[in-house]
Design a protein around this ligand. Structure first.
Ligand code: ZN
Length: 397
């Protein structure tokens, strides 16, 4: 499976992946998913929000066990974030069949669309729409950097955007959703375990900071006469780091746009996006309030107009304890249970269906980078763990 998937959307310069929602690379990933489903005799379908499903057994029967992840990527992402969960799902099904397991509940493998939000700026669009956490109107307002709207992009890729929206009937069919994912940190590496069970996803969000100043000549404008938004922005980046350290959280300005973006021009606008996450909402609020207050002071000092917009917010997600305990029982009580600062479709769906996650060791912890990695033995351990979980949940014992 990897041999076919690895070349898709890979940038030859960076070695990273650029599989953005509804682009050609994404379409190629989707074609791969469909081929994998059909090769196994699974019933293939695309739901109204563009998520792919491969079914074994009757979807209408209800109480289905669903596993899967996503195939899209961040800009220059790694090979494992997302695809490891999808590949492992198909491999785990192969393992169940090899074991001769009698699968008694409907079983589905999924690829949730637009998980990373790399193109339209909002993560987990496919699962958010399905769960009713993103309305059709909100989704229709999303635009990429070239001004292409989400419905236009869907249409260009052959998906009818007219029917997107909440899909409670589909969710009602699901009895349990289990997402396997490469760990995006080093907890398993430090504990010496190949596979772990997720406890919770940290609350997290994205905030847009618009620093409006005054464009002018970089050579002829005296320093005292400037209203340079880059200065207030730069100080705000440092404040984010400081506030995160104080709260035991993480905060990152990883994306910026500058107008007019000329080497010899003082900017008129610096727009930066703050991504912040913490183990609990009190700590996250502390970081967000602290950065906002500091940015206001810097803006005032430099004569800058500041506007801050919350673009997304996901509260803390505690995975359902009953399902988590079931996974621990199946995999053994010694299996580590860990939290994560990364958002996932499983977190989005957890409000509607019992969800759980498995993490596979990442020896460096690096993710969202071409350097993201996982050892083959650990990936195999992940497949076997997922097969054990699916056997425990979906098969007659
Ligand atoms: Zn992911």
């Amino acid at each position: 499976m990897w041999a076919e998937l690895l070349p898709v959307g890979r940038d030859s310069g960076s070695g990273g992946y650029r599989r953005f929602a509804w682009t050609g690379a994404d379409q190629d990933c989707r074609a791969w998913f469909r081929a994998q489903a059909e090769a196994r005799g699974l019933a293939y379908e695309v739901d109204r929000n563009g998520n792919q499903w491969a079914w074994l057994g009757d979807p209408e029967a209800g109480d289905a066990v669903v596993t899967g992840s996503h195939l899209d990527s961040v800009p220059d992402g790694g090979a494992f974030d997302g695809p490891l969960g999808v590949v492992s799902s198909f491999a785990a099904l192969d393992e169940l069949r090899r074991r001769g397991a009698e699968i008694t509940r409907p079983l589905a493998i999924t690829n949730f669309g637009d998980e990373e939000g790399a193109r339209f700026g909002l993560a987990c669009v496919g699962s958010r729409l399905t769960a009713g956490l993103l309305s059709k109107e909100q989704a229709f307002a999303l635009r990429d950097a070239d001004g292409v709207s989400l419905p236009q992009a869907m249409e260009a890729a052959g998906h009818d955007p007219g029917a997107i929206g909440a899909d409670p009937e589909r969710l009602a069919r699901i009895g349990a959703f289990v997402e396997l994912h490469v760990e995006q940190g080093r907890a398993l590496d430090l504990s010496g375990d190949r596979v772990g069970i997720a406890s919770a996803i940290w609350p997290h969000g994205r905030w847009r900071y618009d620093f409006h100043g005054e464009a002018n000549h970089a050579g002829t404008t005296r320093l005292v006469d400037r209203r340079d938004p880059m200065l207030a922005y730069a100080e705000t980046v440092l404040a984010a780091r400081r506030e995160a350290e104080l709260a035991g959280a993480v905060a990152t300005f990883g994306k910026i746009s500058v107008e007019p973006n000329g080497v010899n021009a003082i900017p008129s606008l610096v727009r930066g996006w703050l991504d912040a996450r913490a183990a609990d909402e009190v700590a996250l609020d502390q970081v967000i309030d602290g950065v906002r207050k500091a940015a206001g002071e810097y803006a005032e000092r430099h004569g800058i107009d500041l506007a801050v917009t919350r673009e997304s917010y996901t509260p803390v997600v505690e995975f359902e304890h009953a399902l988590r305990d079931e996974l621990a029982r199946i995999l053994g009580r010694a299996t580590p249970v860990l939290g994560t600062g990364a958002g996932h479709d499983a977190g989005i769906l957890s409000g509607a269906v019992p969800t759980a996650m498995l993490f596979v060791r990442n020896p460096t912890g690096v993710s969202h980078s071409p350097a993201e990695s996982a050892e083959e033995d650990d990936c195999v351990a992940g497949v076997l763990a997922l097969a054990d979980v699916l056997e425990g949940l979906a098969c007659r014992r």
